[in-house]
Design a protein around this ligand. Structure first.
Ligand SMILES: [Zn+2]
Length: 238
């Protein structure tokens, strides 16, 4: 297992990260940051494809996003629960990777797995820092936790400009061929690729518009923003 990472994104399902913060991860990697993804489940409940298909596709998507490390835990898909065992599984990964920044899903969500993944990630971060909890690796707590809020209907506290990463992020999502290629099976559920792209561009365009850029990904942070220089605050007011 590799040493220190800059950013770890935790999500319930493979392809969640690609939809919510993949552009941000790519942008950070392009700037020389070491990024990682931890998926809590293996996707065995998906309508299309098998867990093995999704494992292969997730690896391909990680390569496209220049993510240095990706792993999926064995928590049951559709049954992500905030148990001590699950928190410990995530805490172990946090200690091994030692990320400075942790990206979690927003804590309120339509899909219960997403909301629970947020709680599990937060509480695992707390556990990971407990000096007397013996998990084999040295205690570590992320310095910063931010919440990827694309799935949630909340106003972000900041957005990341992904105008230059948008196309590549879309390619990473399309790496999930079992999910997104036009097929007969379940065709009532899955929109065609062009429609998906239009929907994703509309979302990224909306968040971009809020900040005066073309495409962006939204995040919420619980802490206040700290400003050193009023003249350096971005995003025009009027
Ligand atoms: Zn999901």
């Amino acid at each position: 297992m590799p040493g220190s990472f800059d950013i770890l994104a935790v999500a319930a399902h493979r392809d969640d990260v690609e939809q919510t913060c993949g552009g941000t991860l790519l942008k950070m990697a392009e700037r020389g940051r070491r990024t990682a993804i931890l998926d809590l489940t293996q996707g065995e409940m998906g309508t299309r494809g098998t867990a093995e298909d999704r494992a292969r596709e997730a690896g391909e998507a990680a390569r496209i996003l220049k993510v240095a490390w990706r792993c999926a835990l064995d928590i049951p898909d559709g049954r992500v629960e905030n148990t001590y065992d699950n928190r410990i599984k995530v805490a172990r990964v946090i200690r091994e990777l030692r990320p400075r920044v942790l990206i979690l899903p927003y804590w309120q969500a339509r899909h219960p797995d997403h909301a629970t993944a947020s709680l599990v990630g937060y509480e695992a971060s707390f556990l990971a820092g407990l000096a007397k909890l013996d998990l084999g690796a040295a205690p570590h707590r992320p310095y910063k936790i931010v919440y990827a809020s694309l799935y949630a209907d909340v106003r972000p506290t900041f957005v990341v400009d992904i105008s230059e990463q948008f196309d590549t992020r879309f390619a990473a999502l399309m790496a999930y061929r079992s999910q997104y290629q036009d097929q007969e099976q379940g065709s009532g559920l899955f929109p065609r690729q062009a429609e998906i792209r239009e929907r994703i561009a509309a979302m990224a365009g909306y968040y971009g518009l809020l900040a005066g850029v073309r495409y962006a990904e939204p995040f919420v942070q619980k802490e206040v923003g700290l400003v050193d220089d009023l003249l350096a605050i971005p995003v025009q007011s009027i």
